[in-house]
Design a binder for this molecule. Structure first.
Ligand SMILES: Nc1nc2c(c(=O)[nH]1)N[C@H]1C(S)=C(S)[C@@H](COP(=O)(O)OP(=O)(O)OC[C@H]3O[C@@H](n4cnc5c(=O)[nH]c(N)nc54)[C@H](O)[C@@H]3O)O[C@H]1N2
Ligand SMILES: Nc1nc2c(c(=O)[nH]1)N[C@H]1C(S)=C(S)[C@@H](COP(=O)(O)OP(=O)(O)OC[C@H]3O[C@@H](n4cnc5c(=O)[nH]c(N)nc54)[C@H](O)[C@@H]3O)O[C@H]1N2
Ligand code: SF4
Ligand SMILES: [Mo]
Length: 731
């Protein structure tokens, strides 16, 4: 007997609504859920493979404890919780809460337990949450603090479906998505002769092939290109004077700086056609509504935070902010981002002890984690809880991670699967899968309309795994925390008794309580927008009607409808004006002007983008490599000229090395790449035992090659898209 159940795909932050036919513990048929208000039935091909996440040989079913002699033994939950609590409380009491840190706790699909995790973090007095967002978006969050007054003022580009000029820089949404129904939106853009799509990417990506204009700069030169575009806009007086006067401060300093940019020299540095650059700059500035979207190609490349700053200046100087089809702010239901500016309470205490790194948006960067552990510093990290992440594979410099994790006095991993990180743990705690529990994602970053999808379980879980909410509650209790006094567990426990939850099962009451808290905060902050989405009442009544809708809509709910100018009410500077001039960025631009390209021949002459998004990857969510239909080896893509130079043909093996490591990969000759630029995919290198074979890694483990010090000076985000490598044909 099969049954149709609604849920979401968990493979990227879009979390497209799905309908599953469930049969015999399998997610048999997968269809797009037309009733999902955000994704409306849309799916990409990867969703068809979701059963590979649910059912595989590495699923964890029992708590495991590391044996002195190596390997793991099964233990009961009671023993596991008791022993972990004793060890963590021991470290806290002997060395202080700052000897303990958390990693992850909020994954692409699995974020409902975040408040519980933070409740437990409070019990341990730990100031640290390391997170993958600190490998990508924290430079952006830092700028939001400087320019908009709060690191939580985060911009969204979801309205680009309404734009008539769209600029994608360093992102390939055909593969990576990043906004709802990406391929459909791209197809509509490409078909419409009145709208323009521009892609800035060194590779002729799937998205670039659909664009009206593709600029292929040398990898790592976006700052030069964007500065040239800004200088052209100002030189041609194409800035939006009215917007700048009403909404911003500091433009005169920016104008003076841009007047001094050597435009032709900078365009030359980027290696693109000056006429096309002018056309793009003019097009963006004079469009009815333009929207600029970037992703890792800017964030994980040279000058990361500066790149993002220049993109912000581009849409702000041209007034493409706070209106239909432009860049806007989004609202947050459960706040994922927190303002951590210098004046925020507890700022000093939240700095890491070894490297002195403050959190940005609430997150510490994975790049510094090995240094914080593998140190003689008396205040080094000694205990770590990893939940929903696999940093041994996904953090820069896997070997440094391994060395550091081996020194931890207590490593606890909460996961559904036996990962490379779990294999190093003292304790492994099995979590229910995202299809076996109530869960939710707070990456609902829509604007003007925002949505939330509280997902119900679609499968029975085997006995053994628990939800993360339950795990954190048990751990906190075992640590002796008075839950009623805990700033998170206390309110959540009270809300479980709220009449709005009275008709729910006990399990659902625990699961849904964070959303009642969130609904109260959200309806309190955005009452008009919530009412526009069809809810009525004031205060608690409005909050409860919003909450009831969220938890009883298995396909997701529309939670608010804003009006475009609301964006300006969300600016948090004292005068509600956007500060354009950010001193460290202006200084950085001066430094770039002084920088001279080197003519030196390097030992590592190729630029590797380590971590491309393809149809063959989905972070590290799938362990069984058989889910892939193409690209089984995770090929190194290389330009034909470079391949010929190395004497390499399609399918040949190549040694790819950096100062850190050398790995053997398979070449795929690809004329969509510039000469000198090569790419390897993200998410490969996971160990898995195929039938009749040993448990062995499949494909390149790219972070053996990367290093944590090749990174952004402000946010410490790694320059993964710009790793100098040496290539030789394998003998
Ligand atoms: N299929 C698939 N989709 C995913 C994921 C996945 O693992 N697989 N992961 C999800 C996650 S976690 C994220 S963060 C997003 C990331 O999504 P994206 O950032 O869009 O994806 P990437 O392929 O990592 O990088 C984007 C582009 O940057 C380009 N690039 C490299 N160097 C430069 C440069 O110097 N300048 C410019 N302008 N471009 C450059 C690359 O050629 C590439 O096309 O994808 C999400 N979606
Ligand atoms: N070189 C290089 N490195 C990169 C990147 C790159 O482009 N290049 N990209 C970076 C980026 S953008 C990102 S976002 C990170 C992603 O890297 P991570 O932050 O490590 O996240 P994932 O790879 O998505 O790992 C998800 C983990 O969650 C587990 N999991 C799945 N469901 C559940 C659940 O319900 N409960 C629990 N407790 N666990 C669950 C999975 O088994 C898996 O181990 O990688 C980063 N690393
Ligand atoms: S991987 Fe595809 S189907 Fe899944 S959430 Fe992302 S875009 Fe949607
Ligand atoms: Mo990411």
């Amino acid at each position: 007997m099969s049954q149709l159940k609604q849920s979401a795909c968990i493979l990227c932050s879009e979390n497209c609504g799905v309908e599953f036919e469930v049969a015999g513990g399998h997610l048999a048929q997968v269809r797009g859920d037309r009733k999902n208000p955000s994704t409306q039935g849309y799916l990409c091909e990867k969703a068809q493979r979701l059963d590979f996440y649910q059912n595989h040989k590495d699923r964890l079913l029992r708590p495991l404890r590391r044996r002195e002699s190596g390997g793991f033994e099964e233990i009961t939950w009671e023993t596991a919780i008791g022993e972990i609590a004793e060890r963590l409380v021991g470290l806290r009491d002997q060395h202080g809460g700052h000897s303990l840190a958390f990693y992850g706790c909020a994954l692409l699909g699995n974020q409902l337990a975040l408040l519980h995790a933070m409740g437990f973090r409070h019990a341990l007095r730990s100031p640290y949450l390391y997170h993958a967002l600190g490998q990508e978006k924290t430079g952006d969050f830092w700028l939001n603090g400087e320019m908009f007054g709060s690191q939580a003022c985060h911009t969204t580009t979801n309205d680009l479906a309404q734009a008539d000029f769209v600029l994608f820089t360093g992102t390939n949404p055909w593969q990576a998505h990043g906004f709802p129904r990406a391929r459909k939106v791209l197809q509509d853009l490409a078909k419409d002769p009145n709208r323009t799509m521009v892609v800035i990417d060194p590779r002729r990506t799937e998205t670039a092939k659909m664009a009206d204009i593709h600029l292929a700069p040398r990898p790592g030169t976006d700052a030069f290109l964007l500065l040239a575009m800004l200088a052209i806009i100002v030189e041609e007086r194409l800035e939006n004077g009215e917007f700048l006067r009403e909404r911003t401060t500091g433009f005169e300093r920016i104008r003076a700086l841009l007047a001094d940019i050597p435009v032709s020299d900078f365009i030359n540095r980027a290696g693109v056609d000056p006429e096309v650059v002018r056309r793009v700059a003019r097009g963006f500035a004079t469009a009815k509504a333009a929207c600029a979207r970037h992703d890792l190609g800017l964030e994980q490349s040279r000058n990361s935070t500066l790149n993002v700053y220049l993109e912000k200046l581009l849409y702000l100087i041209t007034g493409n902010f706070g209106r239909k089809g432009s860049n806007n702010f989004h609202t947050q239901t459960v706040p994922l981002l927190w303002d951590c500016n210098e004046n925020a309470p507890g700022f000093e205490a939240s700095k890491s002890r070894v490297t002195g790194m403050p959190p940005i948006g609430g997150f510490h960067p994975p790049n510094i984690l090995p240094l914080e552990i593998d140190s003689e510093h008396p205040d080094r990290l000694r205990g770590l809880i990893v939940d929903s992440a696999n940093p041994i594979v996904t953090g820069a410099d896997s070997q440094a991670y391994r060395r550091a994790f081996a020194k931890l006095e207590c490593l606890v991993v909460i996961d559904t699967a036996l990962t490379e990180t779990a294999e190093m743990a003292h304790y492994i705690l099995p979590a229910k899968s995202q299809f076996e529990k109530f869960t939710c994602t707070f990456f609902n970053w829509g604007f003007p309309e925002n949505h939330l999808h509280f997902r119900h379980p679609v499968l029975e879980s085997a006995p053994g795994p628990l939800t993360e909410q339950e795990i954190y509650l048990r751990l906190a209790r075992a640590c002796g925390e008075d839950l009623s006094k805990n700033p998170l567990f206390g309110p959540l426990a009270q809300l479980q008794e709220h009449p709005a939850l009275a008709d729910f099962s006990p399990e659902m009451r625990v699961a849904a309580a964070p959303l009642l808290l969130a609904s109260m905060q959200y309806a309190g902050k955005h009452p008009e927008a919530v009412r526009r989405a069809g809810f009525s009442g004031e205060g608690p009544e409005l909050a409860v009607s919003l909450f009831r809708k969220i938890v009883t809509s298995p396909s997701g709910a529309v939670i608010s409808r804003h009006e475009y100018p609301d964006t300006f009410n969300m600016v948090e500077t004292p005068d509600r004006k956007i500060r354009l001039a950010v001193d460290p960025m202006l200084k950085w631009i001066e430094d770039l002007k002084a920088e001279r390209p080197t003519a030196q021949v390097s030992e590592y002459p190729y630029v590797l983008s380590a971590g491309e998004r393809r149809s063959s990857n989905a972070t590290t969510t799938f362990r069984n490599p058989e889910w892939r239909r193409t690209d089984p080896q995770g090929a190194l893509r290389i330009n034909p000229q470079d391949a010929a130079h190395l004497g390499v043909a399609n399918g040949d093996r190549v040694i790819c090395s950096t100062g850190r490591a050398r790995i053997e990969v398979t070449a795929e000759v690809d004329d969509d790449l510039r000469s000198g630029h090569v790419t390897l995919p993200h998410g490969f290198g996971l160990a898995y035992a195929l039938d009749g074979q040993e448990r062995l890694p499949h494909g390149p483990m790219i972070n053996l090659l990367t290093s944590s010090d090749h990174c952004d000076p402000v946010a410490k985000t790694p320059y993964h898209k710009n790793v100098p490598v040496q290539l030789v044909k394998a003998s």
